[in-house]
Design a protein around this ligand. Structure first.
Ligand SMILES: Cc1ncc(C[n+]2csc(CCOP(=O)(O)OP(=O)(O)O)c2C)c(N)n1
Length: 208
């Protein structure tokens, strides 16, 4: 596999969110939790096959990473993945500094960067003007932050994060991917109570 060195936001391959989500979920073999951010990221997570360990965020931007961080802290033996859009992350950038400060070792963040707020009409985000999510994450203290060069590189980065989960000297991983503007392939069933109850069961947490 060739990996351009360095892989940057402006030379990473433009991939497809559903395709990458399927590849990610296909690599989860140990009950890993996945938190899908508002809209397209959780729609494509839903479409990739429903798992009890998936949580689908409905309604508020920027909460996939904070929720994933909470689950990762509560269950340090479980790996937790957050899937978030660039627009949503830009609304809640402070969460990266919290992740960097805590150094949570069982957390992977995947940022789906399509340069737009797609679901509300494709208004451009700051990444369209050059804002680099990986540079921000590194400066926030998440040293293991990288752009995926292509699909194979994405899988390699995911495998590395899963293999090093919780290990001494490990830390959180952020994988940023450039994606196209294809719509999500399905829509999440909008039943918040069911989503919550299913997830609580899936991660064997007490449902209050
Ligand atoms: C706090 C908040 N502000 C605004 C909205 C309206 N809104 C919902 S999704 C969205 C765009 C999300 O963009 P991004 O995270 O980049 O995902 P994409 O739609 O590109 O997949 C906006 C503006 C909202 N739901 N919550």
């Amino acid at each position: 596999m060739t990996r351009p060195d360095p892989v940057r936001h402006d030379n990473a391959k433009v991939m497809n969110r559903f395709e990458l989500t399927k590849r990610l979920v296909g690599r989860l073999k140990h009950g890993e939790a996945v938190i899908g951010g508002i809209g397209n990221t959780n729609f494509d997570l839903w479409a990739s096959g429903q798992r009890e360990q998936n949580f689908y965020m409905l309604g508020s931007m920027g909460l996939a990473i904070p929720i994933a961080l909470g689950v990762a802290i509560a269950q340090p033996r479980r790996h937790v993945v957050a899937l978030e859009g660039d627009g949503s992350l830009l609304m809640q950038l402070g969460c990266l500094t919290t992740v960097g400060m805590l150094g949570t070792r069982n957390l992977t963040i995947v940022v789906m960067d399509n340069h737009i707020y797609q679901i509300t009409g494709a208004q451009p985000t700051a990444t369209a003007a050059g804002t680099d999510i990986v540079a921000i994450a590194q400066a926030a203290g998440i040293a293991r932050s990288a752009w995926a060069a292509d699909e194979a590189d994405f899988e390699r980065l995911v495998d590395q994060a899963l293999a090093q989960s919780g290990s001494e000297g490990g830390g959180p991983t952020l994988i940023a991917v450039r994606i196209d503007d294809k719509p999500a392939v399905a829509t999440t069933e909008r039943d918040p109570v069911k989503i919550r109850q299913t997830f609580m069961r899936g991660i064997a947490a007490q449902s209050g």
